[in-house]
Write a protein that binds this ligand. Structure first.
Ligand SMILES: [Zn+2]
Length: 224
């Protein structure tokens, strides 16, 4: 007999039940419930449409043929990044390449020296752009494809996969260590029947990753 999480209504795997058989853990809600409560819980398919409000910066729409989740990657960091980028990138590139263009003389030593600044500027621009206009769109429609689009202002980089091939969704935490300090970022990772997993990065926002994983796991479950 399949038991379901009282919170989200998704099935709980037998491996998530304690050896004593009294407690069960839902990976998507990160919640432990008694097995009795899980037995009594209604499955997602038997529940009315979800009324769980998505977290801040996340919107979703559903239709008969599919769904669309839009995550905004806009952040207050943009307020600091743009001025910083203009001064840093503008100053370094202007000094290295601007003077060469102005004088009409090519200096290969200086140009070579400037390459890391050029790469750094492009990288910084990408972050500034995403923190101002950035969106991540996860959608599935009539053509049976799941599309993950990242970008903004009409410029999107798209990954797609057959939606029927996506079998599970979970939250993954990534820790990066930098000079003694840690930065933690989160992603929703989708496992496919074939091919490598698909990763949807939500940055530092754990709540967005968790909501997205729960939502997609629910859609996968209801699809059957
Ligand atoms: Zn749950």
């Amino acid at each position: 007999m399949t038991i379901h999480c009282p919170e989200c209504g998704l099935p709980i795997l037998p491996t998530e039940i304690t050896p004593a058989g009294d407690l069960a853990y839902c990976r998507l809600c990160e919640r432990t419930s008694t097995v009795d409560a899980c037995r009594a819980a209604k499955a997602l398919a038997q529940r009315p449409a979800s009324s769980e409000a998505p977290p801040k910066g996340l919107q979703f729409t559903e239709s008969l043929t599919g769904f669309q989740v839009v995550l905004s990657t806009a952040s207050w960091v943009a307020l600091i990044l743009w001025p910083f980028m203009l001064v840093w990138a503008g100053g370094s590139l202007g000094g290295i390449y601007g003077t060469q263009i102005k004088s009409g003389q090519f200096n290969w030593m200086l140009s070579l020296f400037g390459l890391p600044f050029l790469v750094g500027s492009v990288f910084l621009f990408g972050i500034a752009f995403m923190s101002t206009f950035g969106r991540v769109i996860v959608e599935s429609g009539q053509d049976g494809l799941l599309r993950i689009r990242k970008g903004g202002l009409g410029l999107y980089w798209t990954k797609s996969a057959a939606w029927m091939d996506v079998v599970s969704a979970e939250v993954v935490e990534e820790t990066k260590r930098r000079k003694g300090s840690y930065t933690i970022s989160y992603a929703c990772v989708l496992t496919r029947r074939q091919g490598s997993p698909l990763q949807i990065d939500t940055g530092a926002d754990r709540e967005q990753a968790a909501w997205l994983a729960r939502y997609l796991a629910g859609r996968i479950y209801l699809r059957r």
